[in-house]
Structures are given as C-alpha cells and as structure tokens.
Design a protein around this ligand. Structure first.
Ligand code: SAH
Length: 338
C-alpha cells in the first residue's frame, strides 16, 4: 500500500492521494501512528515573536507587503523583544522564533546583538530566525551569534508558479539557494508552502514534495492560503481545511522525523483546525508571544486568530486544545529527531 512506502511513491500515486478524499481516514491514522513512533504524544511549543511588519518585499498574497499603504507599521525594540522572551520563558517556552517582514532597519549587527543576548540569557533555549532572504555571510553571522534554526518557506517549488505569486525581482531559485546555504552553515532548517495558493495545481504540490525530498528539511510549515483584503489576491478563494490536513498527513509519512506545526492559519479557517492538524500528523504549535498591542498589525491574512489574548492566556488555551485530542505539550526545546 502506497501509504507505508510513500517515499517511493510515483507522481501518479501521489496525485491520486492528494486529489482523493476517500483515503483520508486511513491516511490520518497512518500519519498519527508514524508520528507516535517518532515523537510519542509530545507536542512542542515555539514562542512566536513578530517583531516587525515593515517589509521591502511585495509578495502578492501577503498583507504586510510593501505596497499595502493601509497597513499600520510597527517595530519592536530590543528591550520589547527581550520582554517577550522573558514572558515566554516563565510560561515554559524553550524556543523563541523571531519573525518579521524583510526590514532593513534591523541591521545584521542589531540582529546579532538581539540573538546573542537571548542566547546568553536563556542558555537552555533555542533561537529561531524567520526574517527572509539574506546573504550567506549574514546567515553565518546570525548562526555564530547563537541562532540555531531558520524558517524560510520556499512557498512553491515550481518556478513558473513562484512567478505568479511574486514580483519579477524575486525568484524561487534565490529562495532555494538560501535554504541550501542555511543547511550548509549548520542550521536546523524549516521550509514549507501555502496550500491552495492562487494558481496552485496538484502537480505543483508534487513538485513541492519532491523539492523537500531533496532538501530534507528539519521543520515543515504549511498552512492554507487565506486571502487578505488589501492585496492583489483579495478575491481569490483560500486553501481548504481538507487539503491542508491531507498534505500534513502526507508530509508526516514522507518525513517521519520532521517537526510539523499545526499553524495559526489552519486554526483561522476552522475553529478546531489546529487540533485536526495534530491528529493528521502535526507535532508543533506556535503560540504568539508578541505584545498584544501590535498583534493585530502583523496581519498576513484576514481574520487571524489569537490577536487579542495575552501570552499567558494563549498558553493555557493551547494546552487545553492539545490535551483535548490526546497529546501533551512538553516544555523542551523540541529538537529534531533524525
Ligand atoms: N518575511 C519572512 C516571514 C514571512 S511570513 C519570510 O520571508 O520568510 C511567514 C509565512 O506566512 C510566509 O512564508 C507565507 O507562507 C505565509 N503567508 C503570507 N501571507 C499569507 C496568506 N495570505 N495566507 C496564508 N499564509 C500566508
């Protein structure tokens, strides 16, 4: 059966799996069993600090794209970022993810200063960066300062599709090159894509899987595309729960060792989306640690959840959600188990 040998599945077999809902129950059960054999019932926390919504890029799908003049922009100071870490540490977080738009205001020196401060203050924690495409030299500097992980979704591995989602000055090839450079430097690398992004076909999803079979990322973040009203893609339909869950399960079977989050976007399109994501093979949740006053402004897509609560409330809420589907949050760094 293709489910148990999915690494060797042909494109035709993958296509049948992706397009057919009839196998979903078997698929999710198989994914859950693989996940349990690698990670048991453990779910890892990543405290997400969205530290700037300024961005020099103009991705057609993203609410904080440069051309969105209606976005109310903000930047967190080093002190504010450190305060988020302090709050998170008290709540048991052992991983901090600094994510933002590509904002040249933060020079490499500043990023290194922030990273090394967190790294030296919280020696039992991992620092993750998610700040887009940089030079290999910059990536190396962040790594030397103490960043051990980097998240950079490839968005789509098909270059023609990539061009339909981004302005011409951006390329899928450049993005992939960044991912390989991050790997060479020694980061734990996360990549991923949106499910149901405009113009995406089943063939594109298969190309995504093939690309990741080559890259072998440690983390794989996927979530449904959700239209943002102030972008060129405002009138496109979003990705579905069904297809996102199916892709999570396929990823778990293909990459048994991977850290796969049940994303906020998944929780946004369905009230129990994250719980369903966990049951389909996900083993990470990424609650928000950003100050409540800016949360609404990091609006990549419409109706993003968890923008009104304090970090402590998010932690409690997630704990209940994770427990409700038979898993448990563990307060560890949650490193990849290859
Ligand atoms: N600037 C960083 C962080 C990007 S935001 C970088 O370039 O990596 C994190 C992710 O949000 C993106 O990689 C993208 O996949 C996702 N995202 C952006 N807009 C979205 C939308 N409208 N719907 C769903 N996900 C979106």
């Amino acid at each position: 059966m293709v489910l148990y040998d999915i690494k060797n599945a042909t494109d035709e077999e993958l296509k049948a799996l992706i397009e057919n809902s009839a196998n979903d129950e078997l698929l999710f059960a198989a994914a859950d069993s693989v996940r349990r054999s690698h990670y048991g019932d453990e779910v890892y926390l990543r405290g997400l600090i969205e530290f700037t919504n300024y961005c020099k890029n103009d991705c057609y799908y993203c609410g904080i794209r440069r051309s969105n003049r209606q976005a109310v922009r903000y930047r967190l100071t080093k002190e504010e970022i450190l305060k988020c870490c302090r709050d998170g540490y008290v709540l048991g977080y052992k991983t901090f993810v600094l994510q933002g738009g590509e904002d040249p205001y933060y020079t490499d020196d500043m990023i290194c200063e922030i990273v090394s401060k967190i790294h030296s203050e919280y020696t039992d924690c991992a620092v993750t960066l998610s700040i887009g495409e940089k030079s290999k030299e910059s990536y190396r500097r962040y790594f030397d300062a103490g960043a051990e992980r980097y998240l950079l979704r490839h968005e789509t591995a098909n270059e023609a599709h990539y061009k339909k989602l981004h302005p011409n000055c951006m390329s899928g090839a450049a993005r992939k090159q960044c991912l390989y450079q991050l790997k060479e430097i020694g980061y734990q690398v996360g990549t991923g894509f949106m499910v149901g992004s405009p113009f995406q076909t089943t063939e594109d999803l298969i190309v995504d899987l093939r690309f990741m079979q080559e890259l072998m990322p440690d983390m794989i973040g996927i979530g449904p595309f959700i239209p943002h009203s102030q972008t060129p893609f405002s009138s496109f339909v979003g990705g579905t729960l069904e297809l996102t869950l199916r892709m999570i399960a396929i990823l778990r079977l293909m990459f048994p060792y991977a850290l796969i989050p049940a994303t906020t976007a998944l929780g946004t399109i369905d009230a129990l989306g994250r719980e369903k994501g966990l049951k389909a093979g996900a083993n990470v949740v990424m609650p928000n640690l950003s100050p409540v006053k800016v949360r609404k402004q990091y609006e990549l897509y419409d109706n993003k959840i968890c923008t009104g609560e304090e970090s402590a409330q998010c932690r409690g809420c997630l704990e209940r959600r994770v427990n409700s589907v038979g898993y448990r949050i563990v307060n560890s760094r949650g490193d990849v188990r290859r």
